[in-house]
Design a protein around this ligand. Sequence first.
Ligand code: CP3
Length: 344
Amino acid sequence: MANDKTILRALAGETLQTPPIWMMRQAGRYLPEYRATRAQAGDFLSLCYNSDLATEVTLQPIRRFGFDAAIMFADILLIPQALGADLWFVTGEGPRLSTIDSEADFARLADAADIHETLGPIYQTLRNLTGALPPETTLIGFAGAPWTVATYMVAGRGTPDQGPAHALKNTNPALFDALIDRLTKATIEYLSAQIEAGAEVVKLFDSWAGSLKGADFDRYAIAPTKEVITALKARHPDTPIIAFPREAGDKYIGFAKKTGADCVAIDNSVTADWVAENVQVDGCVQGNLASSHMVTGGDALVRETRQIVNALRGGPHIFNLGHGITPDANPDNVQLMIDTVRGG
Ligand code: CP3
């Protein structure tokens, strides 16, 4: 039943006594059981496309910690791959993709409607999870927001300042806008299919929204997010949507109203008191403990966790980190965070 699921209750606007909790990158290299399954799969992408093993790693943090939500195991860069880009991961460095910097590169991309064959295993992972999760656990699907995915497609890799994407947007706006539009349409198709396969909530990761300033933020963070949300709400009006415009700063204010998101996820560059005053007034918020506490633990972790819970207890709140947990984190610190949120 939907009302047994605390994440869905918070997303519907309910203020709960204890905030529900899950954690970005909760299935990941800080867990020995993840590392074992990943070794079995061979490499990261083989793990994403192996529905049985992806189901297993999604369930690992649920078994170990009893989080209130499971996030399907996949990656935001599977969309470029489904559109025809080459994608591979270099161990210790991160993703590499074929680059988009000319009309000819763009012309080679597939139509948005043609992504489903590549992404079929992801939908199967969701169908598997629907039958495997405890009844109180909410299943979250996700995609990267168009701007963030475009930054990887233009550069062919992660970049500290998203320089190549900014350069293309400034020198060839027609090409850049066509890429954003293709990604927007593909993201709508992808998230719709995830919902049809069992995702109860979807989240849009705009990890590099913070590098968009002024009118660019409206054009490339707000507008594509709003287009995705509007289309999803037309097809699946009951599915809540979390938006994460990471490091948006002052631009977190009003983001839910401008885009139609049910919840705004917040990074840890702003304080929880500021979030309560400026963002939670419009509805549910998610966040925002610094992930470094999962490495360092101790009294500081407990103090900061309590501070966030207290600051946000006056409205709907889902407890989470401000960004993904890192591979050097200690699982004991994750347990300490959960115990602090649930037990005081
Ligand atoms: O949160 C979860 O547990 C669900 C799975 C998930 C992954 N990536 C698995 C992953 C999710 C939701 C993502 C999102 C993602 N992927 C983002 C947005 C969130 C953010 O962190 O800002 C981005 C930018 C990516 C792209 C990506 N994937 C990068 C840059 C890297 C390499 C850096 C790194 O951490 O190694 C990845 C790899 C990746 N995605 C791993 C995992 C568990 C590590 C891969 C491994 O096992 O070697």
